[in-house]
Design a protein around this ligand. Structure first.
Ligand code: COA
Length: 223
């Protein structure tokens, strides 16, 4: 598979994204990472590409969790697709076009944690409309890279909150203000369906992003 960015560059970008207490790992999907039968039991009918990405994602997740002191893990998924990880840990993973990234932390320092990686070259104009909230339209205009950043940030937020609240949401249920100088985002609007505790914590919610090659990577956490 073609590797347009080096895994070292991705790991460097992860290093800039992650605050103290958050561990990370990244790999390009490869057959070097064997699929564990128990973890991948639901993937019998999946494509080779998906099985390879899943196995590589699990390797990244295990590596990030090991750095936090959680060893020898078999990480199955629950019925919502969320990885089942040990009590006392938090973790999140994302894959895009063969690139896999994962983060982990202990719940003693971090309360919610989500990561997302997306290519910045793929959103169609119709998809951009689905992603961008009316409060974000002026900033995005026709800029696909900016829309991809919002896509990534909203997915990272969604994954982070879902593990705690099991709350579903669409892209128009969150509006963000991006600070391009600091490479951070703040929530301007959050849909009614999200728990009130999430709204109380919005000021303390961190969203940070990094571009690496044609990818954007976003981390969302509450400390
Ligand atoms: C679940 C979802 C977030 C996955 O994102 P994606 O870009 O399709 O895929 P990614 O590669 O980034 O992430 C997939 C990984 O996230 C994890 N995951 C799956 N569902 C999850 C969930 N509900 N919550 C947290 N993590 C989840 C899994 O580890 C999965 O990888 P695996 O199947 O190999 O274990 C996305 O498909 C989705 O349903 N989004 C809802 C819409 C949305 O984001 N709205 C924004 C509202 S604020």
């Amino acid at each position: 598979m073609e590797s347009p960015v080096s895994v070292d560059a991705v790991r460097q970008a992860l290093g800039k994204l992650c605050p103290n207490g958050v561990s990370y790992h990244a790999e390009w999907a490869s057959d070097a990472f064997a699929l564990n039968d128990e973890e991948g039991a639901h993937l019998e009918a999946a494509t080779e590409h998906r099985r390879r990405e899943f196995a590589t994602g699990r390797h990244c997740l295990r590596s990030a969790l090991e750095q936090c002191g959680f060893f020898n893990l078999v990480i199955s998924s629950d019925s919502d697709g969320v990885p089942i990880i040990p009590e006392g840990s938090l973790a999140s993973l994302s894959h895009s076009r063969g690139l896999c990234v994962a983060v982990a932390a202990s719940t003693s320092s971090i309360q919610i944690l989500g990561i997302d990686i997306e290519k910045t070259t793929r959103l169609s104009p119709a998809a951009m409309l689905r992603v961008v909230h009316s409060l974000e339209t002026d900033w995005v205009g026709a800029n696909r890279i900016r829309a991809s950043l919002l896509f990534s940030a909203k997915e990272a937020f969604y994954k982070a909150q879902y593990v705690r609240s099991r709350c579903l949401g669409s892209f128009h249920d969150l509006a963000l203000k991006i600070d391009e100088e600091r490479q951070t985002a703040k929530a301007l609007y959050l849909g009614e369906q999200f728990p009130s505790e999430m709204k109380r914590y919005l000021d303390r919610l961190h969203i940070r992003y990094q571009y690496v090659g044609e990818y954007v990577m976003t981390l969302c956490w509450l400390s």
